[in-house]
Design a protein around this ligand. Sequence first.
Ligand SMILES: Nc1ncnc2c1ncn2[C@@H]1O[C@H](COP(=O)(O)OP(=O)(O)OP(=O)(O)O)[C@@H](O)[C@H]1O
Ligand SMILES: [Mg+2]
Length: 274
Amino acid sequence: MTDPTPPHTHVTNLVTDTAEKTGVKPGAKSAVQVRGVSKIFNAKGKNPVYALRDVDLDIYQGEYIAVMGPSGSGKSTLFNIIGALDRPSQGEICIGELPLAKLRSRQLTFVRCHHIGYVFQAYNLLPALTAIKNVALPAIFSGLSIHDAEELAVIRLKQLGLGHRLDHRPGELSGGQQQRVAIARALVNDPLILLADEPTANLDLNTGSQVIEIFKNLSVDEGVTVISTTHDHKMLANADRVVWVKDGRIDKIRAASELDVAEGTIEISGQRIK
Ligand SMILES: Nc1ncnc2c1ncn2[C@@H]1O[C@H](COP(=O)(O)OP(=O)(O)OP(=O)(O)O)[C@@H](O)[C@H]1O
Ligand SMILES: [Mg+2]
């Protein structure tokens, strides 16, 4: 099935230009390469949905990227495809040097488990398990003993200010605390990339700011590549680069420092929005 709209021919140039102009450090190593990626849902049905169209995107190690765009523009689809949770209909994704399409299923599982941490809007914690056990789970899946996995879980939970809530179940935690448990779980295997889909959407202003601060520190202090979809303008000020997605395409990429976010006004698709 072919995309009915003409390809976005200048996207590759746009990506190259903005990488240089938007403060990507010279010699920065690739964390994620997205090349010609399209995603068509319901491709063989009557109403195919072109969720992503010919997307090219380069993300570098240690960057903090905010992905913005209207509802339905393709942000979560891009999140799922970069995170190897879904496959593109066309195009290729590389995580570091690894082309996802060429990996066998066990190799893909390894990449998901060791290279990528996931944070979801709805936290997705297991309600019957305590904070420690939720966080330890990916480390147990990666082959650690329960004892060692729980030791790592405690370190991450303490780092995220939850040392006093280790044995609480999700239902006994506030939204912000649950999101921090989810971040701790995403970090327990020391991923190269932290993928977060609307992580502050269910949080109040203050708690959302804490999560954004945590992401900033992870990218600066630990060199984790943070890729977060968001509608939260606070995230733009803290990110290194902002990627706008519109109708399944990369609309533009800007250095956050270029944006007038301090005054609460930003330009989106040519419009000044407060
Ligand atoms: N499993 C699916 N089957 C069919 N269509 C889908 C599926 N998942 C997403 N879509 C469609 O793909 C498009 C992009 O969806 P996506 O969830 O990526 O948007 P989004 O930018 O994350 O939106 P939001 O800000 O509301 O989360 C939408 O039109 C959506 O309806
Ligand atoms: Mg979404």
